[in-house]
Design a protein around this ligand. Structure first.
Ligand SMILES: Cc1ncc(COP(=O)(O)O)c(C=O)c1O
Length: 420
């Protein structure tokens, strides 16, 4: 194979045309066709996000001495999230590039805390339910910590008793999710945090998906299972803004109960010829775009805007869940506690991944997951506009999948991430 050379430079218009041509087969998420990966609360919000992003895209948030604007925006964003999560006055956090970086840093912080307190122990582990996000496996792999996965209860929530039995002297961290991704239910955070508190170890709540939604559902008067710093024993929480905060990609926040605990996430060295180097996260150089975008969208939507878009996503999720629950060939895995839900086939003639293929042919993109083989929907504000059409296509696609050649073939399972 010969690799292509760039060749001579080109004019901007031809480049723009080619960029648009290349995206022709991308899923139409702006029209609500993707129940995963991308979020929209409407064109006006996207415009605000994009404008702010582009203004700061080439500013570097590595060193905010040079860009006090970015420091101010990031502090404002983190302080808002500290408020959302009911952090005590000692609470402190940093922006991250999203959920994965937040989870990596939560694991690193727990490991640093143990090292700070006890340098002897080397075989370290974290205890987490099988439902906790895959990024925790990545963290364990990066930081050489053992992942002790514990089966969830029949209602898909973490089994705190089984988790307690898995804790030993090497355990540095317990995980709860609000909600967990695969079935959209909230783990018993209070029980898990209590275990962590008793063992004097960290308890991280992964609210990457639910941090914004649960905050505003509560403000709207809903009863929400406890998940934030009001629960004793919770030491850190991750909240993604590039999900239900409706900001541009590359924006999450990791908040800690105290600055001391936050110090366990940061890295400082002067062991090179360039002087003191400090870094709050995994990245070095990082674009100011996501920070500016987060700041702008949060102030554009405000509390009333977030209440509106949260209520819209929630009512759409409930309506879709209700439709699936009544469908004779589908089974809803759990009643959604936020805006995520998943469903499986109830009929041996229906292969759930064939159904996903047939929905894809109709322009809908759903996540495929297992075990058990099921389809997953991340319902957000934009889906209110397309819900009726989606449910009609869902019914049609089920019928199609159960008849004809498709019925016996089996669709492809797909994968959540990318490795090439
Ligand atoms: C519960 C939960 N945590 C963490 C993540 C990882 O977030 P990101 O893809 O932004 O790294 C996700 C992603 O969907 C998630 O659902």
């Amino acid at each position: 194979m010969t690799f292509p050379v760039l060749g001579p430079g080109r004019d901007q218009q031809s480049i723009q045309e080619q960029l648009e041509a290349m995206r022709i087969n991308d899923v139409s998420w702006r029209d609500g066709r993707a129940f995963t990966l991308a979020y929209s609360a409407g064109q006006d919000v996207l415009d605000v996000a994009q404008d702010a992003y582009q203004r700061f895209a080439n500013e570097n948030a590595l060193n905010t001495d040079a860009f006090p604007s970015l420091r101010k925006m990031a502090n404002d964003v983190v302080n808002t999230v500290l408020g959302w999560t009911h952090a005590p006055d000692t609470g402190a956090g940093f922006m991250t590039s999203g959920g994965t970086e937040s989870l990596l840093l939560a694991v690193r912080a727990a490991r640093q805390r143990r090292r700070r307190q006890d340098k002897r122990q080397t075989d370290l582990n974290i205890v987490l339910p099988t439902s906790a996000h895959a990024a925790f496996e990545k963290a364990c792999s990066y930081f050489e910590v053992t992942s002790r996965r514990v089966d969830v209860s029949p209602d898909w929530r973490a089994d705190s008793l089984a988790m307690s039995n898995a804790i030993d002297d090497g355990t540095i961290l317990l995980i709860a999710s609000a909600p967990q991704y695969p079935q959209g239910v909230i783990d018993p955070v209070s029980e898990i945090a209590q275990l962590a508190h008793n063992s004097q170890i960290n308890c991280h709540v992964d609210a990457c998906m639910g941090g914004v939604t649960l905050t505003y559902l509560e403000q709207l008067g809903n009863d929400i299972s406890p998940w934030d710093f009001r629960v004793e024993g919770v030491t850190s929480i991750s909240v993604d803004l590039h999900k239900y905060g409706y900001t541009s990609k590359g924006a999450g926040v990791l908040v800690h109960r105290s600055k001391e605990l936050r110090n366990d996430q940061t890295f400082v060295t002067d062991n090179w010829l360039g002087g003191a180097y400090g870094s709050s996260g995994i990245l070095g150089t990082k674009s100011g775009g996501p920070i500016a975008s987060a700041w702008a969208v949060m102030h554009y939507l405000g509390d009333n805007g977030y209440e509106r878009v949260t209520a819209s996503a929630r009512s759409t999720a409930l309506a879709i869940a209700n439709h699936i629950d009544k469908h004779p060939s589908l089974v809803l895995l759990a009643q959604p506690e936020a805006t995520l839900l998943s469903f499986a086939s109830n009929d041996e003639r229906l292969d759930i991944f064939t159904l996903a293929d047939n929905l894809r042919r109709r322009g809908w993109y759903l996540d495929r997951q297992s075990p058990p083989p099921s389809l997953h929907l991340t319902v957000n504000a934009i889906h209110n506009n397309v819900m009726t059409l989606f449910l009609q296509h869902l019914d049609e696609a089920v019928t199609e999948s159960m008849s004809g050649a498709d019925a016996t073939q089996g669709g492809s399972q797909g994968a959540y991430g990318t490795i090439d």
